[in-house]
Design a protein around this ligand. Sequence first.
Ligand code: HPA
Length: 272
Amino acid sequence: MNKLEKINKSTTWIKNRLTLEPNLGMVLGSGLSETMNSRIDGAEEVSWSDIPFFPEPSVKGHEGKFISGTINENPVLIQQGRIHWYEGLPWKDVIYPIRVQKKLGIEKLIMTNAAGGINRDFEPGDLCLITDHINFSGDNPLRGENLDEFGPRFPDLTRAYDEDLREAAVSVGKEMDIDLKQGVYVMTSGPSYETPAEISALRTLGADLVGMSTVPETITANHAGLDVLAISCVTNKAAGMQEKLTHEEVLEVTERTNKTLGKLISGIVGRV
Ligand code: HPA
């Protein structure tokens, strides 16, 4: 069975189990998975482990599922968890959930992640709208045979992060009195955090935030014609800007930021 047939089979299986057909999708990352749980009504869930041909994330705490329901009466599809490149799975698996979201009818995608702050004005606990990215993973998720069904061989990334969605996020942030920062996100492959020398190099290149996800999904979503909005939760100052980095700190900061992020995303959902 080829890649496309597998994606189609996974999609049909999911479609048969969900009542709603939302056109707004979400990807909620590390420690941020629970953000929307208390805000979603009529939730229906499917676990990735039950979906035929769906890849399995290897990292504990990243068990994936799709949840469909409504937020402020707007139908949404929430992807809880993601597959990271550092887990060692092939690119086709990392981007598989995004392609399934596209096939499920998603047109707009809101993503969240945890990121280190490279910009000296960013503090742990800040929320930051991603305005553009630098792909420092060393590879491109679309390398290899192009699936014409989704998009062209050479997709344009001039507006990888949709301007209308960003405007909506900024205005909701203002109304809610949330100090929403804006910046360029750089993806490193991980799983090690960066060195201080890498962080100063990345700052010189123009990056404000660093993380190990989102870029592959954004490239894949743009390839498939989806509009993307991405928000980082700054969980730490990047390497060399604080004493040391730990995953525990990342989780602790996402946990305390979840509520504000949930509020912001609900507001955005009502606006787009
Ligand atoms: N670097 C890379 N990924 C991250 C970081 C970081 O400092 N913080 C959270 N995810």
